[in-house]
Ligand binder design. Structure first.
Ligand code: CA
Length: 218
């Protein structure tokens, strides 16, 4: 899923970009309202209100006049008026600084669920919230694509062949990495961790202690 981040504060923009990327979002970062309005369309826009060249609310207003891209306002302004005006001119939600990446992602997912109910292809649906397009190697959560590395995709596709079934670490390592893997399986845990982040609460990779993992759909 592609996200346009409009934020002139570099430390905030950098940490948000890094955080969102870890969770599978594709972030395009611009610093000004002018750049935001000239950017290619994305699946969602995060807009800071205090921009160097124009008011973020005007950016929201212009984006809303052009179409229905979901917009979340991120702002240091604690003023209740900004929140109300932001929502009135068509922003879908509002996050106050300081915020954590997880909070922003939770808001983004909630907004996406609201504005774009899952539109999954029937031959690829795993659950009402998770879609795996095996031919295209694409994964969608609530109808929007998440970016997975090739191994993360392979791991998810393997576990999703039999939801709720427990696969041993060895079975997973053989299927996803290389046959006859007898070494440490730390890399598996790293990939499981990344998958958990990117799937959010749309599906859970459960640890079965002493055995392995299973995919539980929600
Ligand atoms: Ca700012």
């Amino acid at each position: 899923m592609r996200v346009l981040l409009v934020e002139d504060d570099e430390p905030i923009a950098e940490s948000l970009t890094r955080g969102l990327s870890r969770y599978g979002f594709d972030v395009e970062w611009v610093r000004t309202g002018t750049e935001a309005l000239a950017a290619e369309p994305t699946d969602m826009v995060l807009v800071d209100l205090g921009l160097p060249d124009m008011d973020g609310l005007d950016v929201c207003r212009e984006l809303r006049a052009r179409g229905d891209v979901p917009i979340i306002v991120i702002s240091a302004r604690a003023d209740e008026t900004d929140r109300v005006v932001g929502l009135e001119i068509g922003a879908d939600d509002y996050v106050s600084k300081p915020f954590g990446v997880r909070e922003v992602i939770a808001r983004m997912r909630a907004v996406m669920r609201r504005v774009r109910p899952a539109t999954a292809q029937p031959d690829a649906t795993v659950s009402s919230r998770l879609t795996i397009d095996r031919r295209g190697r694409r994964v969608y959560v609530d109808g929007v694509e998440i970016t997975l590395t090739p191994k993360e995709y392979d791991l998810l596709a393997f576990l999703a062949e039999a939801p709720d079934a427990v696969f041993t670490r060895e079975q997973i390592m053989e299927a996803v990495w290389d046959a006859n893997w007898f070494g440490p399986t730390k890399t598996l845990d790293v990939h499981v961790g990344a998958l958990r982040r990117k799937l959010g609460d749309a599906a859970t990779v459960e640890t079965v202690r002493g055995v392995g993992f299973r995919l539980v759909l929600t």
